[in-house]
Design a protein around this ligand. Structure first.
Ligand code: FES
Length: 272
């Protein structure tokens, strides 16, 4: 008679042939701390950004526009002097204009190789940490719907380049005064500058970017320019996790700054 099919409990680390260890794992360090901190950090950002995205208020304080609301794609945006204003969605759009914009950076980050690792570990315990078995009996990886959609990341990268370009333009607009005259600067200008520097560093440190720049080549020696670019992207790529977090925090701070100024809770100090 055929041997009985292994039960789901006998798969993975408990499959026949694997070391028969009865302990759930052999790690003695605080392996649970990084996934816990990651889950709390991501949940805090999701909570804050959801509140701000639906608020539909206090996102423009001349000359600053919140990165959550740029570019303006809806008819119902507040008038913004010189801002990227492409009202593709007419008066029938009654929801917050941020909802039309945030899906792109959200898609870029949600499919990012680093964030995938972070939220698979933090929220799904799949697996919770290295050498700690996951609780799920079945594992199909990213080979099926819906996780196969993670492959869209490379396309989100191109959109992220466009978004970074628009935020660069917004940052340049920050060198004006409240009436639109150029050659001025306030604390908000520095906040936007720091944010756009981190957004660019994160975007260019993307693994897809590294592949686009230096992948599918047989001989680097015949492509010195791409080799040079690939080396630069590699320097950023090694810090991808750090840049993912620092740009996430900076974009939240940039939005919070505009909110505080626009709502009248804080006056933007002007340097000149
Ligand atoms: Fe993280 Fe592309 S891999 S942004």
């Amino acid at each position: 008679a055929a041997p009985p099919a292994p039960s789901p409990r006998d798969r993975g680390v408990r499959a026949p042939g694997r070391a028969a260890i009865t302990a759930p794992h052999l790690r003695t360090d605080r392996w649970w701390l990084p996934p816990l901190v990651t889950a709390l950090g991501l949940a805090a950002f999701v909570g804050y950004s959801t509140w701000r995205a639906f608020a539909n208020a206090d996102y423009y304080a001349a000359p600053y526009v919140s990165p959550f609301y740029s570019p303006c794609l809806a008819h119902n945006c507040v008038p913004m002097k010189g801002g990227a204003d492409w009202a593709l969605f007419g008066p029938w759009w009654g929801l917050s204009p941020a909802l039309l914009v945030l899906i792109f950076p959200l898609g870029f980050r949600a499919t990012c190789y680093y964030y995938r690792k972070a939220y698979y570990r933090g929220f799904y315990a799949a697996p919770p940490a290295c050498a700690v078995a996951e609780p799920h009996a079945k594992y199909t990886g990213e080979t099926r719907f819906p996780l196969i959609l993670q492959n869209l990341h490379r396309y989100f990268f191109y959109i992220a380049l466009l978004v970074a370009g628009i935020l660069t333009y917004d940052t340049a607009l920050g060198f004006r005064d409240t009436h639109g005259a150029w050659g001025h600067m306030g604390l908000g200008t520095l906040v936007l500058l720091a944010n756009i520097a981190l957004i660019w560093a994160y975007t260019l440190s993307c693994h897809s970017c590294r592949h686009i720049v230096g992948g599918r080549l047989r001989h680097f020696s015949r492509h010195p320019v791409r080799y040079r670019l690939w080396s630069w992207v590699g320097v950023l790529n090694r810090r991808h996790m750090l840049l993912a977090w620092s740009s996430l925090i900076s974009v939240g701070i940039a939005d919070l700054y505009v909110y505080l100024v626009a709502s009248g809770a804080f006056d933007d100090p002007r340097f000149f």
